[in-house]
Design a protein around this ligand. Structure first.
Ligand SMILES: [Zn+2]
Length: 57
């Protein structure tokens, strides 16, 4: 079983695995955007930070 959430970029449906964890990165099948799982049950998605972004570590 998997949950579905909306892509914040294109509003398309994005399937998120039932075993997804907060912080997991999934790709939108419609626009290819990288999305971060920001909440579980219900699943919420946000655009993932750009790869070149400074993580401050
Ligand atoms: Zn999308």
């Amino acid at each position: 079983m998997s949950a579905t959430s909306k892509c914040p970029e294109c509003d398309g449906d994005v399937a998120v695995g039932a075993d997804a964890v907060k912080g997991e990165i999934v790709s939108c099948p419609d626009c290819g955007a990288e999305l971060e799982v920001t909440a579980i049950g219900p699943v919420a998605l946000a655009l993932a930070p750009e790869a070149e972004e400074d993580w401050g570590e």
